[in-house]
Design a binder for this molecule. Sequence first.
Ligand code: IMP
Length: 429
Amino acid sequence: MPFSIVVGAQWGDEGKGRIVDLLAVEADMVARYYGGDNAGHTVTVEDRIFKLHLLPSGIVHPHTIGLLGNGMVINPAILLNEMDQVRQSGVPITNDRIKISHAAHLITPGHIALDTALEQARGNQKIGTTKRGIGPAYTAKVTRSGLRMEQMLTPGKFEAAVKDHINQVNSQLSAFKMQTPLDAEKIARDYRGYADILAPYITEVGLFAYKALEQGKSILAEGAQGTLLDLDHGTYPYVTSSTPTAPGALVGLGLGIGTAKRVIGVVKAFQTRVGEGPFPTELFGDAAVRLRGTGENDWDEFGTTTGRPRRVGWLDAVLLRYAVRVNGITELAITKLDILSGLDSLKICTSYQDGDEIYNNLPWGPADLSQYQPVYEDIPGWDDDVSSIRSWDGLSEQAQSYIIRIEELTALPIKIISVGPERSQVIIR
Ligand code: IMP
């Protein structure tokens, strides 16, 4: 696997961390390419649970090197805290193991305050952001007024730049009556302190990755969020402000077209999303609680970053086919099959109906799905507890039929089936 990309095929939270953890065994390097600490990846290793927001999940394998690409927006306070936590769990975190792109952008308390103020101002049109400052940090990047990691290498100038930036944010915030001004002096001092610690980790990640590939090393790129949250290809405007789709891995790491041969799309066995926006197969009431769980288990459907209950529904094969197309997915990995055990029957949405018209593919992308009725196919459920099964042949005929039907609907093989949160709870085909 010289350069492979793991990408979320739905609205994020597909269990990508779980799949990356498995594939990272064979990778020399693991990389994040877009997004920031809006992402939350849970990896369970024996009795240790790692909840990672910025570091690539594969970093829990001590043989890997972790790359944070130029496409990312990084809150240094969160990153340093996460580095400490991982270190305390016994996984070494040094500048030999972690490389942060000089061209990645910084998130500050200014961006976070703007994210909160903008959401409040949207009223009932709110997006439901994670309030981590993601949108404002990317806005600053696009308007060419952002702060980049490389500025941390000249501490005096950096401190002055942070102070200027916070003063500018304060004047923007004055338009939102409910926001109190931020302390520019203090934030600038704090950021200078972060710079002192992070400077040794900053490098030209694109060049580093390119040389590694030239030497025959392998890199596993870890998508954050998911296809339907992509700024261009998602359910706009209910999207994140970056490019989680697979082509983003090239731009967000500084690698050229043609580098990636394997794109693994991760799909949950049912559909979930956090925040606002369209969701044609959404379930409510008892049926929703059955899929979401009550929150007492770590794997129940509550946001890793915000703790919000996720919206849940039946698997949507129309949206999945769309994800296959825009990412160039070459194989699928399915997660959480165990959650469906014990249901009498299951549904898969195979097409959408609008009046007399049936659509197998989205005619206009996913931004507005309000006119479509999902067309469902019923699939018999299964009683066997799949969480203890480790081979394809061990699955009941009904559980196999569910997987095979998804393969038929997407014309792709499902090569990995995850049946529980533990590293070992997986079926490889
Ligand atoms: P933002 O990325 O914080 O701006 O949030 C924009 C939308 O993306 C909101 O609906 C969030 O709930 C959603 N979102 C952002 N990151 C994730 C993620 O890692 N998993 C699931 N949803 C996410």
